[in-house]
Ligand binder design. Sequence first.
Ligand SMILES: *Cc1c(COP(=O)(O)O)cnc(C)c1O
Length: 365
Amino acid sequence: MQFRDLKTQRVALKSELDEAIIRVIERGDYINGKEVGQLERVLEKYTGGAHCIACANGTDALIIALMTLGVGAGDGVFIPDFTFAATAEAVLLVGATPIFVDIDESFNMCPASLQREIDHTKGEGKLRASCVIPVDLFGLPADYGRILPIAQRENLFVIEDGAQGFGASVGAKRTPSFGDISTTSFFPAKPLGCYGDGGAMFTDDDNLAEVMRSICAHGKGVDKYDNVRLGMNSRLDTLQAAILLVKFSAYERELEMVAKVADRYADALADKNVRLPVIPVGNKSCFAQYCVLFETQGLRQAAMERLKQRGIPCTVYYKPLSEQHIFRGYSANTPRAHDYSGRILALPMGPYMSEGDVLEVANAL
Ligand SMILES: *Cc1c(COP(=O)(O)O)cnc(C)c1O
């Protein structure tokens, strides 16, 4: 059994993918070919955002978003303590300071903890409270209903890290679309993945979009060789865009398929001693991961050993960032992140996972 089965998808879409790849190679416009713009327009329509700007990966997308909003030295950026390292890395790379926020039962940023950290930062007076980066962890939208009003009241920029959340939704609104700038990743194992690295940024603001496009291309101005700001080289290859256009054509169906796998898991695990993912009413997860919570770390350890014996892959996401060497020393009052980190387990997941595989995992548990 695979942790995330990319092979079955490859077989299902093989002829379309091969044709799309060959077309680009024969044409030879490897950079800035027409598929890049086509993909951006398609994703704008899908997320409802006015602008989509493709870039090289999801980490660059976060860095470019922070640069575009002018976040840097002296700025405190609120991020969940329970996320992939890239979220914090981007903050440090632009010279700003991460402030770790605790999570709630859904594994996403806890709004009450965010408010506490904002109050604490303001009280201390050392850093400007400037930006919050909620993460759509494991495919579930963050609690925007409560986080956005806090950000508005406290005058914080919002960057949505939707690297794991492409195509999830709150009511009729799809992610990533909740931030001043929202980002995603097309890393192969993400819900919408390409065959290499890729990422994108979304915004409704024309000016922010223009600055992001410029930063992606070395800070170019109207004249390509008169650079007006510090930028970088962050592009999505034409090949990856062509692959993504084909994969996107199957994506809605895959979201339905993965939701069905989640339902099967919920049935099969109902009588097991694990807590299932919490999906608030009105939200749809795109299930980048399927994570369950054990009552104790010992029970998780025993389960991991049983899964391993049967050749079933599983992974622990995440070790809290504040426990990781490079991020120690930044403010972190995050007891739940530490607690959950010891008891959580990610099980095999994906749209192409068979009913038999779900039952096999459940039996092993
Ligand atoms: C994967 C991921 C990123 C980074 O994306 P890359 O394309 O790998 O650079 C950022 N944030 C989160 C939450 C991620 O899961």
